[in-house]
Design a binder for this molecule. Structure first.
Ligand SMILES: Cc1cc2nc3c(=O)[nH]c(=O)nc-3n(C[C@H](O)[C@H](O)[C@H](O)COP(=O)(O)OP(=O)(O)OC[C@H]3O[C@@H](n4cnc5c(N)ncnc54)[C@H](O)[C@@H]3O)c2cc1C
Length: 394
């Protein structure tokens, strides 16, 4: 079981580092199914996503480990890590996509109550009773282990949308409820990508032959719709400017950290905080709340991060699950907050932190401005943008 600690994340990096080069590039698309004992400990993919999602370990550390061990042979692995930053930067600059997802999800949840046929199809899908062998197995894996291989996510999403003809937003919501790494940007934009809404007009088809080959013959799916028609939407999502960097923190401030910023690489602050407050409201990732394992991982991650904050600054710490608890813990001190990403975190906390000084992550600040269109620009320009942070991407 994945432990929500930085120590566990570092151990996973150390264990997987030898595979971050050619092995990963050659074998990453194969889904061998959950590993015995620890479902995430796969030989061919890192299983690092829950820790990266909560930033118990930073992308910079993972990229540095990969390039140190493998140099240019780590290119494929590094690119995948960059996808996370690409999606985060992209959503930050098109926040209306998140709003549209929330509205679409809530409308689809309402339709479930009004449409018995849709309700039956949805209930069968989320219970893993569709009769499509791989789909039903992945639903069981998702709800048991709270994690899926990337290829299984793509296939599942494609079958959900194009074979079962269910609203993509309900599938994305199911993932947010059950994934340990459930992340507004990677999840929403990946579902949109499969549907044909991210790269407009280009959808992802789950093909039976491809599934058979990359799952080692574990499945023989029947009846898949392979000739897929991309979804479309009327809404345009304008690009908005990224916020300007925050200034220096004030003496006696309360430092506000959230469950996506685990202090893996602590910021250099002009003044130490008087208190560190960890925001944690994982149940807000979905209207139905999240699975106990998901909530437990998020809470554990924040507790681990606060223990580190105590060691760093020797100040008291507190966990806040609501804006009222945040205000009570801050007790009128000036607030300095790690930037809240667009998504459930922003929805819950943005108003309470409206006057707070923003603390920025240098990696995000370097990468996000590149994420205005397709991934290619990030791939091309990341080496130069990240070089000042000591990352040698070739
Ligand atoms: C429909 C769908 C939903 C997804 N939802 C999420 C989500 O909620 N949270 C999430 O972190 N990832 C999501 N992904 C992306 C990807 O599937 C996971 O990040 C990856 O499977 C995690 O496994 P790993 O740690 O072994 O990755 P590795 O292959 O070992 O890659 C290393 C790290 O790079 C990042 N990464 C790798 N591939 C991607 C990718 N395609 N997009 C973004 N980041 C990537 C992850 O942080 C990952 O831990 C989704 C993909 C799809 C198709």
């Amino acid at each position: 079981m994945a432990e929500p600690t930085r120590a566990a994340a570092l151990a996973r990096i150390a264990a997987f580092a030898p595979a971050m080069g050619e092995l990963y590039a050659d074998r990453r698309n194969h889904d061998h199914g959950p590993a015995a004992g620890d479902a995430l400990a796969r030989p061919n993919v890192s299983g690092l996503s829950p820790w990266l999602r909560h930033r118990l370990v930073h992308e910079r550390e993972v990229i540095a480990a990969a390039t140190a061990d493998h140099g240019g042979a780590a290119e494929k692995f590094v690119q995948e890590v960059l996808w996370r930053g690409y999606f985060r930067g992209w959503l930050e600059q098109r926040p209306s996509v998140w709003r549209a997802y929330v509205e679409g999800r809530d409308a689809a949840l309402d339709r479930l109550n009004a449409n018995a046929g849709l309700r039956r199809a949805y209930d069968a899908a989320v219970a893993g009773r569709t009769g499509i062998d791989c789909f039903d197995a992945w639903i069981a894996e998702l709800t048991t282990h709270n994690w899926l291989h990337n290829h299984a996510r793509m296939w599942l999403a494609s079958i959900w949308i194009f074979t079962l003809r269910l609203p993509w937003e309900l599938g994305a919501d199911l993932f947010m409820r059950h994934l340990l790494d459930g992340d507004a940007a990677s999840n929403t934009l990946s579902w949109r990508w499969v549907a044909g809404l991210h790269t407009r007009g280009k959808a992802y088809a789950a093909r039976a032959e491809n599934i058979r080959r990359y799952t080692g013959g574990r499945f023989d799916p029947r009846g898949l719709v392979e000739d897929v028609e991309p979804l479309d939407e009327a809404a345009e999502h304008p690009l908005v400017a990224l916020p300007a960097p925050g200034g220096a923190v004030m003496p006696g401030h309360a430092l506000v950290v959230h469950d996506g910023e685990g202090l893996a690489l602590p910021p250099a602050l002009a003044h130490p905080p008087a208190i560190v407050i960890g925001l944690c409201a994982p149940d807000r990732r979905s209207p139905a709340g999240v699975a106990p394992a998901v909530a437990g991982f998020a809470r554990g991650a924040v507790a681990d991060m606060l223990a580190r904050a105590e060691g760093l600054w020797g100040c008291p710490t507190a966990i806040a699950a609501t804006p009222d608890e945040l205000h009570a813990a801050a007790a009128g001190r000036p607030l300095a907050a790690f930037r809240l990403p667009t998504g459930p975190e922003g929805d819950v906390w943005a108003a309470a932190l409206a006057g707070a000084l923003s603390v920025d992550d240098p990696y995000d600040r370097a990468l996000w401005p590149l994420a205005t269109a397709g991934f290619f620009k990030v791939k091309q320009k990341a080496p130069r943008a990240l070089a000042p942070l000591g990352l040698a991407l070739g």
